[in-house]
Unconditional design. Structure first.
Lengths: 247, 265
């Protein structure tokens, strides 16, 4: 990849389900080493957008380029450089934490599997849970394992769909810290879908604000607040949503 | 960190090995049903032989049960392994990984073969001391019959897993139903001539019919008719390709409709 080339370029991306337009003409690009928040209310099109970027959903129109490759036509050339985590997707329940990490490490071609698993176990405080089947873990523990799985291949591009949904504030804060450490250490790009405005404000360098399938605002959290003349991202969101409803 | 197909397939095999290892009742269950079937049909065979020895000559009933079960076991093993991914909501993790769909298919086929052998071998071996019937006496053609039925099982599985991808777990009962739809036409326990005329044309399109006609000819008359096996191979090739088409078309439809992220209980 050329150094200046964006990790991801999305051009006029749309998805229709029958007469419903879930995502409408989305265009943006992500540069290397940034944490970008994909923000929006329920039904804004965040998960649909992430699904298309992951190759789980075929766009109706538009283009996606990841690491300079046409992702829609040839996603397998770059999937080993990406990974993702979502509370709506689970890991095999009967397998232990270690077994799950071992399987995914092999799927992603991790070279020194034992060492990588050990690093992740330390980083995500999983040492005492390694032999536990996933089904016996609490939701906070499952999230930590899912994040460990998402980082198993040291992805250059990490996609997270509401990774802290339904977690207590302390665990959410702890996970945010791990993600920032990972970005600082590896220079990875993280796309973070959430409807938690405060979390996005704390974590993200840039924000893409979606409403009704469209990108309605973009910029750093500071820029967005200044433009709207408000104190928090939540107020930006409410103000924009109010405007959109009045149109 | 690019992986080879071999690495990814071995990762999936490891995943299914871990699953089996996690529950000894599962391993026991694999061998349990074929053995129970063999025992029931063994006693039925003894009962029939007292009234009509020709009906059970050469252990034909037990051999038929065992050979038919290789189709059912290969299909169930393949489909259940796939269903495990749906039940545990793991499909999205697999489809965003570098694993290609054909590698998933091959992994499922390999694990299905392993599970089928784990299930069938104890039953076939126990039939020797229990009822004095050794299906291995059929010789090399047995391998032909077995592989043909395993391939029929996989062809059905590919279609079923495609339907599961497209319609979700609501279509799960097809897993159990479809093999039994073939059974009456396949002439497992009776010759083709037993079927009414209108059923002959349907039976003629089934690879299983040729396998069982060939098996009966070999066991009862000592005649090896390789042309029956070739017909079965030809039909199985067609089924297998049709199964692949159904799977890939369904995968494409699931990708279009956003079903891969949602699949699960």
């Amino acid at each position: 990849m050329i150094a200046s080339e964006p990790v991801l370029q999305v051009v006029e991306l749309s998805k229709r389900f029958g007469s419903v337009v879930a995502v409408d003409g989305l265009t943006f690009s992500l540069k290397s080493g940034s944490i970008i928040g994909l923000l929006g209310g329920n039904g804004a099109g965040k998960t649909t957008t992430l699904s298309m970027i992951l190759g789980l959903l075929q766009p109706t129109s538009g283009a996606i380029r990841a690491f300079g490759h046409d992702f829609i036509k040839n996603r397998h050339s770059v999937l080993h450089r990406m990974n993702f985590c979502s509370p709506y997707v689970d890991l095999p329940q009967r397998l232990s934490v270690r077994e799950n990490l071992c399987v995914f490490a092999r799927l992603y071609g991790v070279l020194n599997i034992e060492r990588r698993i050990s690093e992740l176990a330390d980083s995500f405080r999983l040492q005492d849970l390694m032999e536990c089947p996933i089904r016996r873990l609490s939701s906070g523990q499952k999230t930590r394992v899912s994040l460990a799985k998402a980082l198993i291949n040291n992805p250059e591009f990490l996609l997270l769909d509401e990774p802290t949904a339904s977690l207590s504030p302390d665990v959410s804060q702890w996970i945010r810290q791990r993600l920032m450490e990972y970005r600082d250490r590896t220079g990875a790009t993280i796309l973070f879908a959430s409807h938690d405005m405060r979390e996005v404000e704390l974590l993200c360098d840039q924000v893409l604000l979606m409403s009704k399938g469209r990108l309605v605002e973009r910029g750093s959290p500071t820029e967005l607040k200044a433009r709207a003349g408000v104190e928090s991202l939540e107020e930006v969101f409410l103000a924009l949503n109010g405007e959109i409803s009045q149109r | 960190m690019k992986t080879s197909s071999l690495q990814r397939i071995s990762a999936m095999l490891l995943r299914y090995f871990f699953l089996l290892r996690s529950s000894w009742p599962r391993v026991l269950e694999i061998a349990y049903w074929p053995t129970v079937q063999m025992i029931i049909w063994g006693f039925t065979s003894i009962h029939f032989s007292s009234a009509s020895p020709g009906l059970t000559a050469g252990g034909i009933l037990i051999s038929a049960v065992l050979i038919w079960d290789s189709l059912f076991r290969s299909h169930i093993s393949y489909t259940l392994s796939f269903l495990e991914e749906m039940w545990s909501r793991n499909l999205a993790n697999l489809f965003v990984s570098p694993l290609r769909p054909w590698e998933l298919i091959l992994s499922l086929a390999i694990i299905s073969m392993i599970r089928t052998l784990i299930g069938m071998l104890p039953a076939a071996l126990l039939a020797i001391p229990f009822f004095g019937v050794s299906v291995f006496e059929v010789g090399l053609p047995l391998l032909g019959f077995f592989l043909n039925l395993v391939f029929t099982g996989w062809a059905i599985s590919q279609a079923v897993t495609g339907i599961l991808l497209r319609y979700g777990l609501g279509a799960e009962s097809l897993t159990w139903m479809l093999p039994f739809l073939l059974a009456p036409f396949s002439c497992i326990y009776y010759p083709l001539a037993t079927l009414p005329e209108w059923m002959h044309s349907i039976a003629g399109f089934l690879s299983t019919t040729y396998v069982f006609e060939g098996m009966r000819s070999l066991i009862l008359e000592g005649k090896w008719l390789p042309e029956l096996l070739w017909k079965a191979c030809f039909l199985n090739t067609i089924y297998f390709l049709c199964g692949l088409v159904v799977f890939y078309v369904a995968l494409r439809a699931a990708r279009n409709r956003g079903l891969l992220m949602q699949s699960g209980e």
